[in-house]
Design a binder for this molecule. Structure first.
Ligand SMILES: Nc1ncnc2c1ncn2[C@@H]1O[C@H](COP(=O)(O)OP(=O)(O)OP(=O)(O)O)[C@@H](O)[C@H]1O
Ligand SMILES: [Mg+2]
Length: 334
């Protein structure tokens, strides 16, 4: 069986799957590079471990921001390293399917394509994330009915209504889970005069945050440093503060989905009312997000199980479909 590869490079996590082994990489989008030699030292969790621990030559890069590649060179190295792990190289080329946010510019798409070819792709297909998500969910996107999905990631959020194999209406913004973490950081600095670690911000969001603003009197004690002197302290953070910080980004995300659905032609709109909208992406896991979106759109909303791997599963399904078609064409040639 020829090797086919699926790749979903996200702002916070990257996933790689092959037709032979399934998902083999689902780790942070981090690349540790030795700046004296230009070599990649490690990627993903391995690069997390390098932060602050190795020689001053090693720098850990995060090549994506807000769903967009901000460092093409580092992204290309990430792709090369990932392909090596999958067994792809210039000598052993593979067919590659990659997801891109619908907001990706033509320059970015070309750069990703080029990087994949340089790393050993024989042919590269780019698929917009909402389409990949809908395929991963097994929605009947080729049929003349409307399927609605929202992909809520760390750096970008997009909603799409799909029918007859294409996007009919959509909405996308460079806004996601990272913006919630940043908003919580800002409010903590302003209100309590402290700075907390990124992992703590994420934990606060997951445990205390609610899109509906429900608090249940929740409080977490977390380690922090004072803004003034940098002294280590322990602070109590309330669910009220977290919810207040989150409210603006949450509202903007809801608006994006509302606008996408409002633009739908009436018959497709009816399909969405009947069949609902599915949320995917890690940011969709914010507590009560599905409930809030349902209440604000009047549409039934379902959170996909394992929402962070739906896109890569959709890409894998595309590969299978492509192989089946290729086999068919080979059959015709015989
Ligand atoms: N239980 C949870 N509650 C709230 N947020 C969560 C939860 N689990 C993960 N997240 C958030 O989901 C985001 C990661 O989602 P995902 O992996 O889909 O993003 P990505 O694909 O890396 O980014 P993008 O597609 O936007 O470039 C992070 O911001 C993370 O904090
Ligand atoms: Mg993503």
């Amino acid at each position: 069986m020829a090797l086919d590869v699926a790749l979903d490079i996200g702002t916070s996590s990257t996933r790689l799957a092959t037709n032979q082994r399934g998902v083999i990489f689902n780790e942070p989008t981090l690349v540790g590079i030795d700046t004296s030699t230009g070599e990649v030292v490690d990627i993903g969790y391995g690069a997390t471990d390098l932060v602050g621990r190795t020689s001053r030559h090693v720098v850990v890069f995060r090549p994506l921001e807000k769903g967009a590649t901000v460092d093409f060179d580092v992204t290309a190295r990430l792709i090369t390293t990932l392909f090596e792990r999958a067994g792809v190289s210039k000598l052993s080329r593979a067919r590659v399917v990659m997801s891109v946010p619908s907001l990706a510019t033509a320059i970015e798409r070309r750069a990703l394509r080029q990087a994949a070819v340089q790393a050993g792709a024989r042919e590269v297909s780019l698929i917009e994330a909402p389409i990949a998500a809908a395929i991963g969910l097994g929605l009947p996107i080729q049929d003349p009915i409307g399927s609605a999905v929202a992909v809520l990631g760390a750096g970008a959020s997009e909603a799409a209504l799909i029918s007859l194999g294409g996007i009919v209406t959509s909405g996308a913004r460079r806004l996601g889970g990272n913006d919630l973490d940043n908003a919580i950081a800002t409010l903590l600095r302003m209100r309590q005069g402290v700075v907390v670690a990124p992992a703590t911000l994420e934990m606060l969001k997951m445990t205390l945050g609610s899109a509906l603003g429900s608090t249940n009197g929740g409080v977490e004690k977390v380690p922090a440093r004072t803004v003034e002197r940098g002294e280590p302290v322990e602070v109590e953070v309330s669910a009220e503060l977290v919810n207040q910080a989150m409210s603006e980004v949450v509202a903007q995300t809801v608006r994006l989905i509302q606008e996408c659905l409002a633009d739908a032609p009436p018959d497709l709109s009816q399909d969405v009312s009947a069949r609902g909208l599915t949320l995917v992406g890690g940011h969709a896991l914010v507590n009560d997000f599905a409930e809030l979106i349902a209440a604000s759109t009047g549409v039934q909303v379902v959170l996909a199980p394992h929402p962070d791997v739906v896109v890569i599963q959709g890409l894998l399904a595309c590969l299978e479909e492509m192989s089946a078609l290729h086999a068919l064409f080979r059959g015709l040639d015989d």
